[in-house]
Design a protein around this ligand. Structure first.
Ligand code: FA5
Length: 346
C-alpha cells in the first residue's frame, strides 16, 4: 500500500507541474483529492485493514493528502500569475488603468463632534468622565431637587424600568439627561472639580426635526471656591466661539432647572434664517443649545459640600443640536437613520 501511495505522489506531482490554467487545475484536484479519488478511497478503506498496517498506511496517506493540498495551493498561485501574464500579452488586461477606490470607514458625525467638544473643554482644564445610561431615580431626579410628584418631572418624559432592587431602592430609568453624573462625581471626590460627561440620554417623546428620543448630551460642571455666573458665561461663550466661529450670535437668558439657581438657557442664532425667524427655529430666530446655571446650594449640601464655602456652575448641552448648527442640518432624525448618502458627507 505504501508503494501505491508513493506511485500516486509521483504521478500527481508530474501532472501538476504541467497544469497551466484554472480548469485543468480543478480537474487535477478532482482526480487526486476529490471524493472518488484513489487517495480518498484508501483513506476510507483504512478501517478494514489490520491494526499495524492501518497505522502505517493511515499516517502515510494523511501525509500525502496534506502534501497534495499544499502543492495545489502553490500551483494555484503560479497559475494565477501565468494567467495574468497571458492576459497582458493578449492585451486583455491593462495594468496601467487606475485601481478601484477602496472605501475607508469614518467616524459617525456625532462621534466626531463629541471628540471636538471634548477637546475644547479638556484644553480648558476639564476632565472627561462617563456614567451609566440606566440610572436610579434618585440620581436622575431626587438628588437634583426633583422629588416625586414635583411638576418639574414633566420637563423630562421618562422611560421607566420595571425594577426595584432588594433594598427596595427606587425604580430605575433610562437617564433623561447627563445631570445625574453631577451627583455621582461630587459624591466620590472633593472640590475643586472640573468635569465633562458625554453620553447618550433617552426621552419618551415624539420625534420631530429638532427632537430625538435617543440623543447625546454633554454635561459640564465646575465646583470650587469663588466660582460665579461670570465664570459660567465666560466658559460657554469661549466654547461657542471656538466651535462656531466669531460671527455667530449667542443669547443667554433665564430658565428654570430645579438643580441650579439661577438657571439659564443659551441659544445661538438660527443658521437657516440668520435670526429672521423660520419653521426650523419656530419663528424665534434662535436655536436653544444648552441649559445651565449655578449649582443649587441644596445639591451641594446633599453631596457633603459646604455651600458657604463652595460654589459651582453646571451646564448640559445637546450634541446633535450643535451639529445641526455647525453644518446647517435641518432634521435631527438624519443622524440615526443610517442613510449613507448623509453620513458620507462628514
Ligand atoms: C437638561 O437636560 C438639563 N439637564 C440641562 C442642564 C444641565 C441644566 C446642568 C442646568 C444645569 P434640557 O432638557 O433643556 O435640559 O436639555 C438640554 C439640551 O439637550 C437642550 O438644550 C437641547 O440642546 C438638547 N435636547 C433636549 N431635548 C432634546 C431632544 N429630544 N432631542 C435632541 N436634543 C435635545
Amino acid at each position: 500500500m505504501i508503494s501505491k501511495l508513493e506511485e500516486l505522489r509521483r504521478q500527481a506531482l508530474s501532472e501538476l507541474d504541467s497544469v497551466e490554467n484554472p480548469e485543468s487545475l480543478e480537474n487535477w484536484r478532482i482526480r487526486y483529492l476529490g471524493r472518488k479519488s484513489e487517495l480518498t478511497q484508501i483513506l476510507r478503506g483504512l478501517a478494514s485493514l489490520p491494526i499495524e498496517e492501518r497505522r502505517k498506511t493511515g499516517a502515510a496517506a494523511n501525509e500525502l493528502r496534506v502534501f497534495l493540498e499544499t502543492s495545489l495551493a502553490a500551483r494555484e498561485e503560479a497559475v494565477r500569475e501565468i494567467e495574468i501574464a497571458r492576459s497582458i500579452k493578449e492585451g486583455r488586461l491593462d495594468v496601467t488603468l487606475p485601481g478601484r477606490p477602496v472605501s475607508i470607514a469614518r467616524l459617525h458625525p456625532t462621534t466626531q463632534m463629541l471628540r471636538q467638544i471634548s477637546d475644547i473643554f479638556t484644553s480648558m482644564g476639564f476632565e472627561v468622565v462617563e456614567g451609566p445610561e440606566v440610572e436610579w431615580e434618585y440620581y436622575n431626579f431626587e438628588a437634583l431637587n426633583i422629588p416625586q410628584d414635583h411638576p418639574a418631572r414633566d420637563m423630562w418624559a421618562t422611560l421607566w424600568m420595571d425594577y426595584t432592587d432588594s433594598d427596595g431602592r427606587h425604580p430605575m430609568l433610562l437617564r433623561t439627561h447627563t445631570s445625574p453624573m453631577q451627583i455621582r462625581v461630587m459624591e466620590s471626590r472633593q472640590p475643586p472639580v472640573r468635569v465633562i460627561v458625554p453620553g447618550k440620554v433617552y426621552r419618551y417623546e415624539a420625534t420631530d426635526a429638532t427632537h430625538e428620543s435617543m440623543f447625546y448630551q454633554i454635561e459640564g460642571f465646575a465646583v470650587d471656591t469663588n466660582i460665579t455666573l461670570a465664570d459660567l458665561k465666560g466658559t460657554l461663550f469661549e466654547f461657542a466661539r471656538r466651535l462656531f466661529g466669531k460671527e455667530r450670535k449667542m443669547r443667554f437668558r433665564c430658565d428654570y432647572f430645579p438643580f441650579v439657581e439661577p438657571g439659564v438657557e443659551m441659544a445661538v442664532d438660527c443658521f437657516q434664517c440668520s435670526g429672521a425667524g423660520c419653521q426650523l427655529c419656530s419663528e424665534t430666530g434662535w436655536i436653544e443649545i444648552l441649559g445651565a446655571g449655578m449649582v443649587h446650594p441644596e445639591v451641594l449640601s446633599r453631596v457633603g459640600y459646604d455651600p458657604d464655602v463652595y460654589t459651582g456652575f453646571a451646564f448640559g448641552l445637546g450634541l446633535e443640536r450643535m451639529l445641526m448648527l455647525k453644518y446647517g442640518i435641518e432634521d435631527i432624525r438624519l443622524f440615526y437613520s443610517n442613510d449613507l448618502r448623509f453620513l458620507k458627507q462628514f
